[in-house]
Design a protein around this ligand. Structure first.
Ligand code: G6P
Length: 586
C-alpha cells in the first residue's frame, strides 16, 4: 500500500499530481508532496484523496525536483503529521516511503534518546530522522544497513539535484525521458513521459538525475540495469461513458474473455502450458488473497474434476501455518491481479526452498510475483483501476479453466467461443431493483453449494468491500449448524442455485430460512415454476451455460449488485474505505 513518485524536470508539481492520481489505487487516506525550490522545500499535505492535495497546490508552478506520496495508513492515524513526506531533524532531507520498517520502534527509541524529536507516529519518520545534511550513496548504503522490513524509498535533500532511492520488498521503478527523470511505485506513472523503464530489485539502491541513473547492489557494487519496454498494458485509461471504473471494468469482462481466447492460442503460451507436466505432480496448491483466493477455489474445482491429484487452495497469509507437504512433486499456482501482494509473494518465496514448480497467474506481467515464478500466465484484463477486483477475477478463473482444460486435452477454445457467444451481463434494471431491497439492510447472507458457494463467497466479499453492509456467506447445507440462529424477520438471504444436481436440497435450505422470517432472493440459471418463485421476494435468472463457466456468468450479475447497492447508498465504489488495490504489507 501507499504509492510514491519522484520527478525531475519541467512542471514538477503537475507531474507529481498526475503520478499520485495514477497511484491512488494504492491508498488514498492522505497525500503530500515536497518540491525543492531555490534550495528550500515547498511542502503541501492533505487528508483524503489526491483531489484535495491538487486543490491546495493549484497555483504552484515550479520546475525542478520533487517527491510525493499517497498513503494507506498502517502505523499512525490519518493526520497531517503522519502524512508523507517526512523530514530529517535539520529539515535538509525529505523522504517518501512505501512499506513497513519492522524495527522502527527500536530505532525510534534510540533516536529519541539521542535527542531527536518525532512529530508523528509513523514508522517512516524514522528513516528521515536517521539522516541529516546532504545525501550521498554511502549514506543510503548505511541507512539500509540499519532499517529492516519492506521499503521503496525516494529521498531528496536541499543540497542535491538527484533523487536517491532504495528498495526492499516494495515495488520501485525508475525511468528517464528526454527532459525528465522519474521514480515510482508503478511504471504506469511513466506513460507519455518515456518508453522504457528499469525495475529496481530488492537490496538495490542508487540515485537518478537528469544526467543519468546509478544503481548499486547489496554488495555495494555499481550495476548496469536492463531497460524494459513500456508496453500497451500501461496505456492510460479513463472512465469513458461510465460513471465509475468499477462498472466499466465489470462490463469489460467479455473483452477479457476475447483477449484470453486470442492470447492462449499463441505459441509462447502454449509452450508454457506444455511446460506443466501434470503427471509429475502429487499435489497442487492454489495460493492468493481476497478475490484471488476465491479464484483459486474455483480453479481447485476445475483441477479436481479432471485429475486425480490432491488440490488445495490456501490463503497466502495462512500458507506458512498449514505445514503443507511441499517438494519437487508440488505445483504451486500463485494468483494475483497486481503481482505485488506481500502475503502472496512471501508464500512464494517460502516455497522456493522445496523446489516446487511455481506458476504465476497475474494481470501485471512486470510484477514482482511474475518475475520470481517459473512460469507466468497473464490474465490479459488490462489495467484494473477500481479497488475491488472484478474483471481480474473473471480473468483469473478463466486462465485456471484454460489451464485445467488444456492439461486434460480438451478443446477449451471451442467452449470459450460458445460461452462468449451467449455471454450475458444481466439486466441492469432488475439488478438495480434488487439493490433497492438491500440498501437499508444491516445484514445480508449468501448461500450456495459447490461452485455456487464459491460465488457466494466472492459476491459477499464484493458487497461488504464497497457497501459496508455486514455480509456473510455460508454453504447452504451448513446453515442449520449455527448460522440459522442469526436469521429472523426481514434478513435477506441470497440463494445462489445453478446446479441441477443439488437444486432441491438448496431449495429446502432456503425454505428453512423462510420459515424463520428471512427474505429470500434467488439467483439461478435453472427454470423454475411459479410455485417455487412465490417463495422468493426476488428472482434473477442467470443465463444458462456449461457448468464450469456458471460461476463466471453469475459473478458479473452479483458484482453489479454490489456496485448498484453502493451507488444507491451514495458511496464511491471505486475507492472503498480501508481498502487498497495493492496490499504490499503482510
Ligand atoms: C486487496 C484488493 C482486492 C484483491 C486482493 C488481492 O484486498 O483490494 O481487490 O483481490 O487485495 O490482490 P491481488 O493483487 O493479489 O490479486
Amino acid at each position: 500500500m501507499c504509492g510514491i513518485i519522484g520527478f525531475i524536470g519541467k512542471n514538477v508539481k503537475e507531474n507529481l499530481v498526475q503520478g499520485l492520481e495514477k497511484l491512488e489505487y494504492r491508498g488514498y487516506d492522505s497525500s503530500g508532496m515536497v518540491i525543492l525550490h531555490n534550495h528550500n522545500f515547498f511542502v503541501e499535505k492533505a487528508i483524503g484523496s489526491v483531489e484535495k492535495l491538487k486543490e491546495k497546490v493549484k497555483d504552484i508552478e515550479f520546475d525542478g525536483i520533487g517527491i510525493a506520496h499517497t498513503r494507506w495508513a498502517t502505523h499512525g492515524k490519518i493526520t497531517i503529521e503522519n502524512c508523507h513526506p517526512h523530514f530529517s531533524s535539520d529539515n535538509n532531507i525529505a523522504i517518501v516511503h512505501n512499506g513497513i520498517i519492522e524495527n522502527f520502534e527500536e530505532l525510534k527509541l534510540k533516536l529519541e534518546k539521542s535527542g531527536k524529536y518525532f512529530y508523528g507516529q509513523t514508522d517512516s519518520e524514522v528513516i528521515a530522522k536517521l539522516l541529516s545534511k546532504r545525501l550521498t550513496i554511502n549514506k543510503i548504503k548505511r541507512l539500509i544497513g540499519k532499517i529492516e522490513g519492506s521499503y521503496a524509498i525516494a529521498l531528496i535533500s536541499k543540497n542535491n539535484n538527484e533523487i536517491y532511492f532504495a528498495k526492499n520488498k516494495s515495488p520501485l521503478y525508475v525511468a528517464q525521458g528526454i527532459d525528465c527523470s522519474l521514480i515510482a511505485s508503478d511504471p504506469c506513472c511513466f506513460v507519455s513521459k518515456c518508453d522504457k523503464f528499469y525495475t529496481i530489485e530488492d537490496g538495490e539502491y542508487g540515485k537518478i538525475s537528469l544526467n543519468g541513473l546509478e544503481v548499486y547492489n547489496r554488495n555495494g557494487e555499481m550495476i548496469e540495469k536492463q531497460a524494459q519496454q513500456l508496453n500497451f498494458f500501461f496505456k492510460d485509461t479513463n472512465k469513458e461513458k461510465y460513471s465509475h471504473y468499477m462498472i466499466k471494468e465489470i462490463n469489460e469482462s467479455k473483452n477479457v474473455l476475447v483477449n484470453l481466447i486470442k492470447r492462449y492460442q499463441e505459441k509462447d503460451i502454449i509452450k508454457k502450458l506444455k511446460g506443466i507436466n501434470i503427471k509429475k505432480f502429487n499435489r497442487i496448491y492454489l495460493i492468493g488473497c481476497g478475490t484471488a483466493y476465491h479464484a483459486g477455489l474455483v480453479g481447485e474445482k476445475y483441477l479436481k474434476e479432471r485429475f486425480k491429484i490432491d488440490v488445495f487452495t490456501r490463503k497466502a497469509s495462512e500458507f506458512f501455518y498449514q505445514n503443507d507437504v511441499l517438494d519437487e512433486k508440488s505445483l504451486c499456482i500463485f494468483i494475483s491481479q497486481s503481482g505485488e501482494t506481500a502475503d502472496t509473494i512471501s508464500a512464494m518465496e517460502e516455497t522456493k526452498k522445496y523446489k516446487t514448480l511455481n506458476v504465476a497467474i497475474v494481470n501485471t506481467e512486470y510484477s514482482t510475483l511474475a518475475s520470481k515464478c517459473d512460469l507466468v500466465f497473464p490474465i490479459c484484463a488490462g489495467q484494473e483501476k477500481a479497488v475491488a477486483s472484478t474483471k481480474a477475477y473473471f480473468g483469473q478463473c478463466l486462465v485456471l479453466y484454460i489451464m485445467a482444460s488444456f492439461l486434460n486435452g480438451e478443446n477449451f477454445i471451442e467452449h470459450l467461443m460458445s460461452f462468449k457467444k451467449d455471454f450475458d451481463f444481466g439486466n441492469d434494471n432488475k439488478i438495480m431493483q434488487l439493490a433497492d431491497l438491500l440498501i437499508n439492510k444491516n445484514y445480508i447472507f449468501f448461500i450456495g453449494r459447490g461452485f455456487d458457494y464459491i460465488t457466494a463467497l466472492e459476491a459477499s466479499l464484493k458487497l461488504k468491500e464497497i457497501t459496508y453492509i455486514f455480509s456473510y456467506s455460508e454453504c447452504s447445507g451448513e446453515l442449520k449448524h449455527g448460522t440459522l440462529a442469526l436469521i429472523n424477520q426481514g434478513i435477506p438471504v441470497i440463494v445462489i442455485a445453478n446446479d441441477e444436481k443439488c437444486f432441491n436440497k438448496t431449495l429446502n435450505n432456503a425454505y428453512e430460512v423462510k420459515s424463520r422470517g428471512g427474505e429470500l432472493v434467488l439467483i439461478s440459471s435453472i427454470d423454475i415454476d411459479n410455485e417455487i418463485e412465490n417463495n422468493f421476494e426476488y428472482y434473477i435468472k442467470i443465463k444458462d451455460c456449461e457448468s464450469d463457466l456458471k460461476p463466471l456468468q453469475t459473478i458479473v450479475v452479483l458484482q453489479k449488485l454490489a456496485y448498484y447497492t453502493a451507488i444507491k447508498k451514495g458511496l464511491n465504489p471505486d475507492k472503498p474505505r480501508n481498502l487498497a488495490k495493492s496490499v504490499t504489507v503482510e
